[in-house]
Design a binder for this molecule. Structure first.
Ligand code: F6P
Length: 318
């Protein structure tokens, strides 16, 4: 058996331990593993290497992905798809494990449906916006990076009595921002799923200062609005020092947390087993600490219910 493995979309901490688990599990089963470099673009260009347990030694604690990755929107077009079909034929693959987020799962579905290639997906994205699993690989690490950063910002915010707007990643889904806010006791959280009125935000911050608060932390998900705009508007209304921190890609890098290392190792192992069991067109998930298999399809949008629930919980906590 010849298994291809690819990491696609935005990287997340834990992709390496997932790769390691796939290679080692496949190797123990006597399969050959072909690592596709630079995600879908590398697949289109036939960029690959043979992987052995030696190729994945020492990567359990390394951030990013040793296979590297690439945004490849061309896969949605005919011109972008044709070279991928060619590589799959040339490499004579019997199946693939795709590690990535919703965009990669759309690609994986295409591989199964259009080329009949057995594929299993492993959810890896700091957004944690993929249904079928409690956690995606990289979310825990990104959350902890954001918490650490906001804790540090709070120290200086309190010293100066300032307001800080901290922008957290998440263009379409606000869970990372919501959980960062809950875990840091932030005064405000602005999410793409919940419309907000900047006058109300300013009023609540003002009331907080009147009650004796020494600072205000406003966590903004990338998709809720530009931190620079929110900073400017708050400064205008409150006539106080407002500073801004954009965490950006810092949240995607660094060593995976212990949680992500274990999650990734379990998922990588199970995904490979599923291929050998002949179950494909599916993704592996872990729900309530048990493996769960679900369809790769219809993964593009998740209900924001979880985010709303977290946000409501936060209202009670502040
Ligand atoms: O999907 C993961 C993610 O980190 C989002 O949170 C963010 O909006 C996006 O990727 C950023 O993408 P890029 O690295 O292409 O700028």
């Amino acid at each position: 058996m010849r298994i291809g493995i690819l990491t696609g979309g935005g990287d997340s901490a834990g992709m390496n331990p997932a790769l390691r688990a796939v290679v080692r599990t496949a190797w123990q089963r006597g399969a050959e593993v072909i690592g596709i470099k630079r995600g879908w673009k590398g697949l289109a260009e036939g960029d690959h290497e043979i992987m052995t347990p030696g190729s994945v030694s020492g990567i359990l604690g390394r951030g990013g992905t040793i296979l590297r990755t690439f945004r490849y929107p061309e896969f949605a077009t005919e011109e972008g798809t044709a070279p991928i079909a060619k590589t799959i034929g040339d490499l004579n693959l019997d199946g693939m494990v795709i590690i990535g987020g919703d965009g990669s799962f759309r690609g994986a579905t295409k591989l199964t449906k259009e080329f009949g290639l057995p594929v299993v997906g492993v959810p890896a994205t700091i957004d944690n916006d993929i249904p079928g699993t409690d956690m995606s690989i990289g979310f825990d690490t990104a959350l902890n990076i954001a918490i650490d950063a906001v804790d540090k910002v709070r120290d200086t915010a309190t010293s100066h009595g300032r307001i800080f707007v901290v922008e957290v990643m998440g263009r379409h889904y606000g869970l990372l921002a919501a959980q960062t806010a809950i875990a840091t006791g932030a005064e405000e959280v602005l999410l793409p799923e919940i419309p907000f009125n900047i006058d109300d935000v300013a009023r609540r911050i003002k009331e907080g200062y009147s009650r004796g608060k020494q600072h205000a932390l406003v966590i903004v998900a990338e998709g809720a609005g530009k931190a620079s705009y929110i900073t400017f508007e708050l400064q205008e209304r409150l006539k106080r020092d407002v500073r801004m921190v954009v965490l950006g890609h810092v949240q995607r890098g660094g060593a995976p947390s212990g949680y992500d290392r274990i999650l990734a190792s379990r998922m990588g192992y199970r995904a490979t087993e599923l291929l050998f069991e002949g179950k494909h067109g599916v993704m592996v998930g872990i729900v309530a600490n048990k493996f769960k298999t679900s369809s790769l399809e219809k993964k593009t949008k998740v209900s924001p219910k979880a985010v709303l629930r977290d946000a409501r919980l936060m209202e009670k906590l502040v």
